[in-house]
Design a protein. Structure first.
Length: 435
């Protein structure tokens, strides 16, 4: 990877070459590999390195950007020249602000040596464990194991300079039977924390337990949402935190700052210091990360301000939510305890294909997937054919009956979070799917 001193030198080349009023230089350097498997065999093993330097310049409020993958001094200077040509013919950006000045950053543990060392053999070995377990269970396994390390940097003529090395490992498995499936997914800074064998057994158990699914009619049910399903509902709430939409009246949360918007026991915060989340030390503009409470005891405490909107309202810009952590007091031990306390309900492993229906009240639609079960008298009694649902997470998170401690939660559509499993009443399943 490109090291700190080398990025500083390349950034200085760009800054020295620039004739613009302001110049900002960004680095992205990523290397690693992904092993994919399907039908109980490895089908692809890819190892790549991709890097680029992007130069963004401004003459007044006229902006231009250019990127290069040739890191020689002359190519970087050429990128500056191209960015300047673009800026000179671009219309003024009414929301343009100069780059941030020098910042102070809190050190975060964003890099893991084991992930950095994990080459193709390690990825193949991890995938082979999942495949072996699926074969033994008479199921078909498909998924990925990946390990990447990256370097991110940003520098500007205002004195701004930030650089960080990051790592990310990921595992997912879908175990499929004749009429059922089970799924797991996790991501972590450390490949050693993926727990491939343990999580594979969970996916296999779900696929076996949901075999011969039966159909129950659509309607409102008590649901037990595993953390991945909770993540599917929480993600859209994050989008509604934007201050620009809030003040324009286009957010479902408009006018509710300082009011309770979800169950009074729930607290949502950004936790970049949490080792099992993937928070960074700074974002693409160089703004430092922070530990910030967004919802406290159900009350909307913060809005997410981009730099322009922050200036309009005389507040500090917001880093955002890249390490979401949702917690509540006096949790249940685990999902099994939530099931035991349910007379009749539906257990949901995951939601997918979530789309907006009504942004003004945040009504969404989606489907259940890879493990949907009927719960009766505190026990799982049968696998179910999947449902389509229509529900607002703002409504659902006001119908919470019980919850667990925060657990790993990640989906194909949501970043890594730490979220509880939840039991929620009156969840609206609008129809039964045909699979």
């Amino acid at each position: 990877m490109i090291e700190r001193d080398e990025f500083r030198r390349m950034a200085q080349v760009a800054l020295n070459a620039s004739k613009a009023d302001h110049t900002i230089v960004s680095l992205r350097d990523r290397t690693g590999g992904t092993t994919r498997f399907a039908n109980n065999q490895i089908v692809q093993n890819v190892n790549t390195r991709r890097y680029s330097v992007t130069v963004s310049v401004a003459f007044g409020a006229r902006r231009g950007s250019s990127s290069t993958t040739d890191l020689a001094d002359g190519s970087i200077a050429g990128a500056v020249e191209r960015a300047e040509r673009i800026a000179r013919v671009s219309p003024p950006d009414p929301e343009y602000l100069p780059p941030l000045g020098e910042q102070q950053y809190t050190w975060r543990s964003t890099f893991n040596a084991a992930t950095a060392k994990a080459g193709p053999q390690r990825l193949i070995a991890e995938a082979a464990e999942a495949i072996k377990l699926c074969k033994s269970a008479g199921l078909q396994g498909a998924g990925i194991v990946s390990a990447y390390v990256s370097a991110a940097g940003v520098a500007a003529d205002t004195g701004l300079f930030a650089y960080e090395q990051r790592s990310r490992a990921e595992f997912s498995l879908t175990a499929t039977g004749a009429d059922s499936s089970g799924w797991v997914k996790n991501a972590d800074r450390s490949i050693d924390e993926l727990q491939v064998i343990e999580r594979s057994r969970v996916a296999i158990h779900k696929a076996r337990r949901s075999a011969a699914p039966k159909e129950v009619p659509a309607g409102r049910y008590t649901v037990i949402l595993e953390p991945a399903a909770v993540a599917g509902l929480l993600g859209p709430i994050q989008w509604t935190l934007g201050a620009k939409g809030y003040y324009r009246g286009t957010s479902a949360l408009s006018g509710k700052l300082g009011e309770r918007v979800v169950d009074e026991r729930l607290t949502l915060q950004n936790r970049p210091d949490e080792p099992h989340l993937l928070g960074a030390s700074f974002n693409g503009s160089g703004l430092p990360s922070n530990d910030r409470v967004w919802l406290e005891n159900g009350v909307l405490k913060e809005l997410s301000y981009d730099r322009y909107t922050a200036k309009q309202h005389g507040v500090a810009p917001s880093y955002g939510l890249d390490a979401p952590h949702l917690s509540a007091p006096e949790p249940a031990r685990d999902t099994a305890e939530l099931i035991q306390g349910t007379e009749r309900g539906i257990l949901v492993t995951n939601f997918w294909y979530i789309r907006s229906v009504s942004p003004m009240d945040l009504t969404l639609t989606g489907m259940t997937r890879d493990g949907t079960f009927l719960v009766e008298n505190g026990e799982i009694t049968n696998g179910l054919i999947n449902f389509r649902w229509h529900e607002s997470p703002l409504r659902a998170f006001n119908q919470v009956e019980a919850y667990t401690v925060p657990q790993d939660a990640i989906t194909m559509e949501r970043t890594k979070m730490l979220l509880p499993a939840m039991r929620i009443r009156d969840f609206n399943f609008s129809s039964v799917t045909r699979f």
